[in-house]
Design a protein around this ligand. Structure first.
Ligand code: ADP
Ligand code: MG
Length: 321
């Protein structure tokens, strides 16, 4: 397939009936209408072969995940996704899997009513860069800097699953059942961006971030931006039945604190909004858990059931080989 055939193919998959796309793929740039009273929210993220995904990752998972990680950033801002651009670097235009890759990306785009409105196609090592554009009512974007002492810390779902999926992919552990292995691998390869949770938290949460680098590392960003600290109760951090079927509880807890790629949201919520927040998150199909609280003492601290400090020294993802 030549470059222009490829772009034509992408264009045929990218179809959307959004009326705010004045000009999509095919001109020098896209022309998009932003509604009055709305603000544009923009982000970009790259997935590189050999760095960001195991080599045996399915091509459609690459396309899905390249968009999903960006949608997760929009979700963390409380934004509604609208449009995406795809910069694609391919070893050759004949890369057989490129079709599946495009289908994976456009499948997720369609689920969120987004249009793929442009991009760039070049020859080089396999790499996908997606730019995602969303909108929020002016002044309502969720930010990292609003957490206040006394707020509750809430996560939208189980943590550590994607890191466990990576351990499975690398053959470091074995799943006792096929269903558990598939669930964990799916959490790694086809993450679910929490868009509805993000928009539901507008006007309720005081701060928000998506858990992409690990709960402790990402909460560290919230603490730095807000000038506060956080205490996490390790026993309150939600773990899936699947991760507990694959790993001892202590290891699963470490992955939940420090493993990346889960793409759940982590929000700070003022106490008087807490019931509203939990009900709203349940209302959009999440299983929210209160995992801790915002404190005046800077830094992220982890407490066990007895209130003892069990903060791990290593915050980012580490392998347990
Ligand atoms: P130019 O040379 O003017 O940048 P291109 O030939 O690169 O134009 O692109 C032609 C059209 O195809 C543009 O509208 C561009 O946005 C779109 N396009 C190119 N590559 C991609 C891609 N990977 N995904 C989506 N749209 C693409
Ligand atoms: Mg041009």
């Amino acid at each position: 397939m030549a470059e222009f055939d490829l772009i034509a193919r992408i264009r045929s998959c990218a179809g959307s009936d959004r009326r705010d796309v004045v000009l999509g793929i095919g001109d020098d740039a896209a022309v998009l209408s932003v509604e009055p009273g709305m603000q544009l929210v923009a982000c970009v993220d790259t997935l590189n072969a050999g760095v960001h995904f195991p080599v045996d990752t399915q091509p459609d998972a690459l396309g899905w995940k390249a968009l999903a990680v960006n949608l997760s950033d929009l979700a963390a801002m409380g934004a509604q996704p609208c449009w995406a651009l795809l910069s694609l670097s391919l070893p050759s235009a004949e890369t057989p899997s490129v079709d599946e890759l495009i289908l994976g990306l456009t499948h997720l785009a369609r689920l969120h009513g987004m249009a793929l409105v442009g991009g760039d196609t070049t020859r080089g090592p396999l790499s996908l860069t997606v730019t995602a554009l969303g909108q929020v009512p002016a002044g309502t974007a969720l930010v990292r800097s609003g957490a206040r002492v006394g707020d509750a810390i809430v996560v939208t779902g189980t943590l550590g699953d994607a890191a466990a999926g990576l351990m499975l992919a690398m053959g470091q552990v074995a799943a006792p059942s096929r269903a558990a292995g598939e669930m964990l691998r799916k959490r790694l390869d086809y993450p679910t961006p929490r868009i509805a949770a993000g928009t539901a938290m507008r006007g309720i949460a005081s701060a928000c971030i998506d858990v992409s680098d690990g709960l402790l590392a990402d909460l560290g960003h919230v603490c730095a931006a807000s000038g506060v600290g956080v205490q996490i109760d390790i026993e309150a951090v939600p773990l899936s039945a699947e991760i507990l079927s694959v790993l001892p509880r202590g290891v699963a807890q470490r992955l939940a604190l420090s493993g990346g790629d889960d793409y759940e949201l982590c929000v700070a919520v003022p106490r008087d909004h807490l019931e509203t927040a939990l009900a709203a998150l349940r209302g959009v199909g999440c299983a929210p858990h209160i995992v801790g609280r915002v404190t005046a003492e800077p830094g992220v601290q982890v407490l066990d059931a007895a209130g003892m400090d069990v903060t791990p020294r290593q915050r980012g993802y580490e392998h347990f080989s």
